[in-house]
Write a protein that binds this ligand. Sequence first.
Ligand SMILES: C[S@@+](CC[C@H](N)C(=O)[O-])C[C@H]1O[C@@H](n2cnc3c(N)ncnc32)[C@H](O)[C@@H]1O
Length: 293
Amino acid sequence: MSRVIDKSNPLSLERKAEPPSDAATPAYQTYFEDEQKRVRLYLGDCLDVMGAAPEGCVDLIFADPPYFLSNDGITCYAGKMVSVNKGKWDRSKGFDQNFRFTTEWLAACQRVLKPNGTIWVSGTHHVIHLVGVAMQWLGYKILNDITWEKPNPPPNLSCRYFVHATETIIWAAKDRKSRHHFDYQLMKKLSGDRQMKSVWRIAPPNGFEKRYGKHPTQKPEALLDRIILASSRPGDLVLDPFCGSDATGVSAVRHGRKHIGIEMSKEWLDAARKRLLDELGKKQQMHVGDMDG
Ligand SMILES: C[S@@+](CC[C@H](N)C(=O)[O-])C[C@H]1O[C@@H](n2cnc3c(N)ncnc32)[C@H](O)[C@@H]1O
């Protein structure tokens, strides 16, 4: 059966997506959007959604792509030995295919970024070096590599490696001509009036952040708060092409940014929708409160 690509810009919250044709399976579909058009979630492949969008329509991207680490190893969780596997989406397909996929989605992100827009990509050593090479090959300008340090990492069961206690997050501008936005003063203030360093010690998501489902690679809201505050302005559009349970969306709403999330699993979109509704509800209450006051 042929797949239909929606021709209206899927990365615009103002424009209504065309209804999918009955004759064929749509390549992606809107899973959730709020009435005030601040957020939209798509069910589908991020390459299809970004491929249908025009160039230069997104201010900021946070991407937490597959890690390619679910290859039947073991790890430690809550003191027990468990499989490291996170899902089929996370299996390695071999170096060539992993690199091709990484280059494809990074090229799609670069195309939809505005000229001064920036992208953040997180990952472990299984994927982040591929990301760095692909970014340089595509002509992105790398701005920083942040080391996210986890305060209480699980022990290394094999005792043949150091404890894995960090992830890397690369921050890059669309190209060398970009004049990227950085809220230097706010970051300095958050850092006790000293320039903020590129090592960030932030706890993993707590039980409350996982109340609607435990995504195996869920990011803490505090990490996204810092990223969004550092590199976007109120009203900007923040895209997450691999949104999972959508810490990015929650943080975007919290700080008055618009958001589009893309995810190919309904299970995680359901958790994301519930989290977004809670956060949008808080905003609504704040607004009513403001009027009362
Ligand atoms: C590393 S996880 C992201 C977790 C997310 N940052 C969170 O806080 O919950 C990657 C997610 O990307 C999704 N995914 C993998 N390939 C995809 C694709 N081509 N298009 C859209 N989503 C994809 C997976 O289902 C998975 O939930």
